[in-house]
Design a protein around this ligand. Structure first.
Ligand SMILES: *Cc1c(COP(=O)(O)O)cnc(C)c1O
Length: 395
């Protein structure tokens, strides 16, 4: 059986998106900056997409900037606010310990440039405390950046309360909403954010396209110099087929949201209940305040990488929370932030579901994870030490 359970990494393009993509690529190939009729037709489509995306988010079309995706949007928002703040003597940036690398590494770059970066801790449930955010605010803060929903453990952050705090103090607020948009309701005024990043491929759109919402009046500088596209803030000929596909995907996922969310919650509950029958494991992140379809676990006494490879042999595409790429053996900063010790954090598994997943796939996945965890534990010297009492269980 083939089970794609890595929707937080990327999704398959939806039918609506594919249709919009091919239709636009075939028929609307003019350059929106060209003055002739083919260009003007493309410009009309571009304008309509901007309006439709703005409408879904409760924004004004002039507040939507098309980008190459979530990473670019995060970078542009954070750098714009930081450099604008610096000119006014505000050199402090407040964020959390569980942000995506697109935020985390941008903050690190600014830290090297002399900014003070405060990364607030999260509770064991993977949620930042509003009073911690409040305590970190002051006249020297250029930007607060708190993600809407976490990509590893799915926890939903109290962004509305944080937005209200920032607004009351006139502090700019950015939220990385890449995991949330298209999956849970997202309205820029309810959140009270000045910047919001989204990415098409996380909600059934194509890869390499996204958007940045920027509230009118909030500072915005460009990362890419060139033509005057996107009101001079993002040079480069617009990828109109991708933008049209992103727009169609967003509308489709929003109109299907209630049904999708109910189905995903049902599959998620079933998967969590099934995996919890495995001894010495723990669900990562808050049980209820999490994205529908996100299931993240740590299993004691195993290595997440081996688990992934063996699941892949059984046709299951999953992810581990750990960032063991490019030779780094550091476990995920998110799992460490919720208090998992190194050894436990290494035994992580993230399964993120989509509406194509079925009950039968969930049953199959539960059985496969049980079998593989058992197999790996039987080979693990750490597990033998635990069983024979030379080490004590943490989970
Ligand atoms: C995927 C993701 C990103 C990066 O988006 P890209 O479009 O892949 O650059 C940023 N933040 C979060 C939370 C994500 O899940």
């Amino acid at each position: 059986m083939f089970v794609y359970a890595d929707h937080a990494a990327t999704t398959k393009m939806s039918d609506a998106a594919l249709k919009a993509y091919t239709m636009t690529a075939e028929e609307v190939y003019g350059n929106p900056s060209s003055l002739h009729s083919a260009g003007q037709r493309a410009k009309e489509v571009l304008t309509a997409c901007r309006e439709r995306i703005a409408s879904v988010l409760g924004a004004d079309a002039r507040e939507i900037y098309f980008t190459s995706g979530g990473s670019e949007s995060d970078n542009q928002a954070i750098l714009s606010a930081a450099y604008a703040g610096k000119k006014k003597g505000k050199c402090k940036l407040v964020s959390t310990a569980i942000e995506h690398h697109a935020v985390f590494h941008t903050l690190n770059k600014l830290k090297k440039e002399g900014f003070e970066v405060v990364l607030l801790p999260v509770g064991e449930n993977g949620i930042v405390s509003v009073s911690d955010v409040e305590a970190a605010l002051g006249d020297d803060v250029a930007l607060v950046s708190v993600m809407l929903a976490n990509n590893e453990i799915g926890t939903i952050q109290p962004v509305e309360a944080i937005g209200a705090l920032c607004k009351a103090r006139g502090i700019l607020f950015h939220t990385d909403a890449v995991q949330a948009v298209g999956h849970i309701p997202v309205q820029v005024d309810a959140i009270g954010c000045d910047y919001l990043a989204l990415s098409a491929h996380k909600f059934g759109g194509p890869k390499g396209v996204g958007a940045l919402y920027v509230r009118r009046g909030a500072p915005l500088s460009s990362l890419i110099e060139g033509g005057a596209q996107e009101r001079g803030k993002r040079a480069g000929t617009e990828d109109l087929p991708a933008i049209a596909a992103m727009t169609a995907a967003l509308e489709a996922s929003v109109s299907d949201m209630d049904a999708a969310s109910a189905l995903l919650k049902h599959l998620q509950d079933k998967l969590i209940a099934g995996l919890e029958t495995i001894p010495h494991c723990a669900l990562n992140g808050d049980r209820t305040r999490r994205l529908p379809g996100n299931v993240s676990f740590c299993f004691e006494g195993i290595e997440g990488e081996s688990l992934l490879l063996l699941l892949d042999e059984k046709g299951i595409c999953a992810s581990s929370g750990s960032a063991c790429t490019s030779g780094s053996l550091d476990p995920s900063h998110v799992l460490l932030a919720i208090g998992r010790v190194h050894d436990v954090a290494h035994g992580s598994l993230r399964l993120t579901l989509g509406t194509d997943n079925t009950e039968a796939q969930i049953d199959y996945t539960i059985a496969a994870v049980k079998e593989v965890v058992d197999y790996l534990r039987n080979m693990s010297p750490v597990w033998r030490d635990l069983r024979e009492g030379r080490r004590s269980y943490i989970l």
